[in-house]
Write a protein that binds this ligand. Structure first.
Ligand code: NAG
Ligand code: NAG
Ligand code: NAG
Ligand code: NAG
Ligand code: NAG
Ligand code: NAG
Ligand code: NAG
Ligand code: NAG
Length: 844
């Protein structure tokens, strides 16, 4: 038995390299201890012989799964044998197909909603009945998930999706780039067209289907009108063909001005008969290429995009323009609520971007066609590390609504930081808006339950790319998994979904399960700790890459992501009594909670109130500024534990994934310190209030590069923003083609230290550095993050490029000479910030 399993593992499990392509659909062989004592089906019957049918795919998938997990190579047939029904088979099909050929009862049929399924496991007899074809496939994936998690219980249950709209949005441009691209270029567009080889598109549809996603908007919401050319319509037809076997429908984002930009009309006024005709013709034509087109997504009058307001028409006029021609074909129009003016004036105390959505949609509830769904970001600003729930959800009782979540970690570490997002999403989904004084959970609003709406659901911005891990990092796929599973059933817990994902993606080992789950569950609170606290938002660079720290970028511009930090205080006064009035957009009970300093939760204090830095928190009694300091130190300390915790899994994870994850966690621990120091220094500078624990600005184990003896062309520069360099300055080489050096005589007591070097890794070069102790090489490294880190890279010395390298266990004696040599490359002039010799346990 053991031998057979090992051979199988060699044949099946290890044949596929663990490059991440199969994500949670690995069907890895079960460990022996888990795979004994159960009965399995002896054959597979999938009741549809058309190869493009999701039911046919279900048969193939069951075959693949049972082969991978158990080494059972079962035959797949597409009809029930005549006479006696088989007793040891897994049979999958639609209600209709079962109705014809067997006795699956009326009870099951009537309990199923569209896309829902019935799964019955009775020993080796398994019955999977879909309300429709993709429901049958979902049931097969569910059965395989149970098996892969070694759950062999007899079960019999109906599973229906919480909402009909369970879509991803992919911000792919036609040239192959992606807006907020962290997993490589897109998998379906290149050079203005749909690519020929759509293998990855099909594989992606498989992943999505396994978690219940039923449609993909394939192009950027900042849409290019050229998506509508004849060639592209044909390409979209091929793309939809690649998705269809997995029950995934295709949708596209439209550019509102297309009638003018490509249609030859002089206007794109939504009430103009020519414009209406244009969209009707386009829609009819698209449905010839993609007969099951899911619908459209429209971003209008936002961040410079054209829209109905250009013609003094309402947003409802704009949405209905597309919704009407879609009705004839059963399509859905997703209309983004992300409408705001990006030229606000901060000197107006009452100006507030957060107010925009409710204001723009004021008076429009009930004015949208029945196939319109208003797609609302979870918070009123833009995917920040913490935001209150968008109040717009409380204002759409006669309009369909969907929640927009961002799987791509745009403001949340861009897949270079482990941040498991389901706990963040749950704070919004489980939030009770108390509309009309009654329970009104956001999840019940978007699923249509609370207001009895026919449509609604979930949109997740995924932005997958050609990287084998889809998102650019193995651990980030937890977010895609959780998004799909929450869209199916938003009452599930972040913890439960995570455990499923860990087992499916990495295996059953108990230590592995608890270690990785624990890290992932700490990751969002940790990230909030070392970025922006108390509802002040992420504090990243909103004008450039949205990645590293740059708190100053939030203010003094028209974008309205303001903090209003000055020498005395910080926070947006969003009260009704004295501020922007935003708190008053919530139903009365919620509004009252946020309005008062006595009841606002600490975690949103600075979102709703402008307070002095010395304001005390209700829960801990810390001042705001001391909380910033404490939280930043605590967050960076947590990040510092991640590499060792992951390293304890060595041997329990294949070496490819082990190494790739470890490298990123080490990077993250270093960048967490960049964040910690930048934010702390920035607010210490603003407030002139010292850290009462004396940490901020005091780094006894560091030697600043600017204080070292410089030769070979290193010269001192001021870094902007100042807080992103230790001591606010760094050194850069001034001569191409030769190494510059920075040398110091160490004055630390004799001992064993970790040598850390703070430096900058820009996108425009791959400098090399080497560190020598008394002329003996300690270590060398290359500034090549642009080749392996997924974040948007900077060409400057700043909080995006600031990073660290660490060499553990270096024996140092007082008086030893440490020299760092930097060799510039391209425009990257081997920038160096500091060296540190850290005794055991010091995180700095
Ligand atoms: C089989 O699948 C095809 C393609 O999806 C579909 O058109 C047909 O209705 C299905 N047949 C049955 C019996 O479900
Ligand atoms: C499974 O069985 C089929 C038919 O007998 C055979 O062609 C195929 O090679 C087998 N696959 C494996 C992995 O054993
Ligand atoms: C829209 O209305 C404003 C004032 O209400 C007016 O100044 C403007 O000319 C109008 N624009 C169009 C395109 O009708
Ligand atoms: C913002 O408003 C202030 C005061 O009304 C004014 O002085 C300033 O010019 C305005 N700034 C911009 C960019 O419009
Ligand atoms: C009220 O608003 C003004 C700005 O208009 C601000 O300066 C002041 O601090 C606020 N007062 C309180 C009590 O928040
Ligand atoms: C976040 O910071 C607080 C201190 O402000 C600390 O109690 C908590 O443990 C930290 N959490 C993580 C995960 O870093
Ligand atoms: C804050 O930074 C500015 C500019 O670098 C500097 O002039 C000022 O002295 C600093 N203030 C404090 C309190 O550190
Ligand atoms: C070094 O070369 C790069 C281009 O490779 C150039 O951008 C940079 O200005 C040069 N620096 C110096 C100091 O000559």
């Amino acid at each position: 038995m053991v031998m057979r399993r090992i051979l199988l593992a060699l044949a099946v499990g290890c044949a596929a390299a663990e490059d991440g392509l199969n994500a949670w659909l690995r069907y890895a062989p079960l460990p022996c201890s888990l795979s004994r004592h159960h009965s399995l089906p002896e054959s597979i019957i999938a009741l549809n012989s058309t190869t493009t049918s999701p039911v046919y795919s279900a048969g193939q998938e069951l075959h693949k799964g049972l082969l991978g997990i158990f080494g059972k190579n079962l035959t797949v047939s597409t009809s029930l044998p005549s006479g006696k029904p088989p007793s040891k088979a897994v049979v999958v099909g639609t209600v209709a197909a079962f109705g014809k050929s067997s006795g699956v009862g009326h009870d099951v049929a009537s309990a199923l909603e569209p896309d829902g399924f019935w799964l019955e496991v009775k020993g080796s007899m398994v019955t999977i009945v879909g309300q429709n074809e993709r429901g049958a496939l979902y049931g097969a994936f569910q059965y395989l998930s149970l098996l892969a998690r070694a759950d062999f219980s007899d079960v019999a249950f109906v599973s229906n999706p919480a909402a009909p709209v369970r879509w991803t949005n992919e911000w792919d441009n036609l040239d192959g780039s992606i807006e907020h691209q962290y997993g490589g270029p897109g998998i379906w567009f290149q050079g203005g067209h749909v690519v020929d080889d759509l293998t990855r598109a099909g594989q992606y549809a498989r992943l999505l289907s396994s978690v219940g996603i039923n449609a993909v908007i394939v192009n950027n919401v900042n849409a290019d009108a050229n998506i509508l050319t004849d060639a592209n319509m044909q390409g979209l037809g091929r793309l939809a063909d690649a998705f269809r076997p997995y029950g995934v429908q295709l949708g596209i984002a439209l550019n509102f001005a297309s009638p003018q930009s490509i249609g030859g009309l002089s206007t794109f006024d939504p009430l103009d008969p020519g414009v209406i005709q244009f969209w009707t013709d386009i829609t009819d034509k698209l449905y010839q290429h993609v007969p099951d087109l899911a619908g459209y997504l429209v971003k209008a009058n936002s961040e410079g995009q054209p829209g109905p307001l250009t013609y003094n028409r309402t947003l409802a006029d704009g949405a209905n323009l597309f919704a009407r021609p879609l009705q004839a074909h059963g399509g859905v129009l997703m209309f983004r609520a992300f409408v705001y003016n990006n030229n606000l004036n901060e000197s107006d105390w009452k100006a507030d971007r957060a107010n925009a959505a409710v204001q723009f949609f004021d008076g429009l509830d009930g004015k949208f066609e029945e196939n319109v769904v208003v797609q609302v970001k979870y918070g009123p600003i833009d995917f920040q590390v913490r935001e209150p729930t968008s109040p717009l959800f409380a204002h759409l009782s006669r309009t369909n609504a969907a929640i927009e979540l961002e799987v791509a970690q745009e403001y949340l570490g861009q897949q270079c930081h482990l941040v498991y997002l389901a706990p963040l999403w749950k704070t919004v989904l489980d939030f009770d808006l108390r509309v009309d004084g009654r329970p009104s959970l956001v999840r019940d609003i978007v699923t249509g339950r609370r207001f009895k709406r026919p449509l609604g659901g979930f949109a997740g911005v995924a932005n997958v790319g050609t990287h084998p891990t889809w998102l650019g990092s193995h651990l980030a796929t937890a977010n895609l998994y959780a998004f799909g599973r929450l869209a199916w059933d938003p009452s599930q817990t972040a913890e439960g979904l995570l455990d499923e994902w860990v087992v499916l993606t990495f295996g059953h080992d108990r230590h592995l399960r608890s270690t990785l789950s624990q890290m992932a569950l700490e990751s969002w609170p940790m990230y909030e700790n070392y970025t922006g606290n108390l509802g002040i938002q992420t504090l990243t660079d909103i004008l450039y890459t949205h990645y590293g720290p740059n708190p100053a970028s939030m203010d003094n511009n028209g974008w309205g992501q303001w903090t209003r930090a000055d020498a005395h205080g910080i926070g947006m006064d969003r009260t009704v009594s004295n501020g922007t009035g935003f708190a008053g957009q919530y139903p009365p009970e919620v509004a009252a909670m946020y309005e008062s300093l006595h009841t606002v939760p600490d975690e949103l204090l600075l979102w709703f109130h402008h307070v002095p830095y010395t304001q005390r928190l209700r829960t801990t009694g810390e001042t705001v500024i001391q909380h910033f300091y404490n939280a930043h130190y605590a967050g960076a300390e947590t990040a510092a534990t991640f590499p060792a915790r992951w390293a304890s899994l060595r041997g329990k994870v294949d070496s490819d994934r082990y190494d790739a994850v470890l490298r990123r966690l080490i990077y993250q621990a270093g960048h967490a310190i960049v964040w910690r120091d930048a934010i702390n220094e920035f607010y210490r500078n603003k407030s002139s209030i010292e850290d009462e624990r004396g940490r901020v600005g005091h780094h006894p184990w560091r030697v600043e590069a600017e204080d070292m003896t410089l030769a070979g062309g290193y010269s001192v520069v001021d870094v902007t923003p100042f807080e992103t360099a230790s001591g606010f300055r760094a050194v850069v080489a001034t001569k191409n083609g030769s190494a510059a050096t920075a040398t110091t005589t160490l004055r630390f007591p004799d001992g064993t230290y970790d040598l850390v070097v703070g430096y900058f890794d820009q996108a425009n070069g791959r400098s090399r550095w080497a560190a020598y102790l008394n002329d003996k090489l300690v270590g060398s490294w290359v500034g090549d993050g642009e080749d392996w880190l997924s974040h948007e890279h900077s060409t400057h010395l700043d909080g995006h490029s600031a990073t660290r390298v660490r060499f553990p266990g270096v024996k140092v004696r007082k008086g030893d000479v440490l020299r760092v040599e930097g060799t510039p490359d391209g425009g990257e002039m081997a920038p160096l910030d500091y060296v540190a010799l850290l005794p055991d346990g010091v995180i700095d």
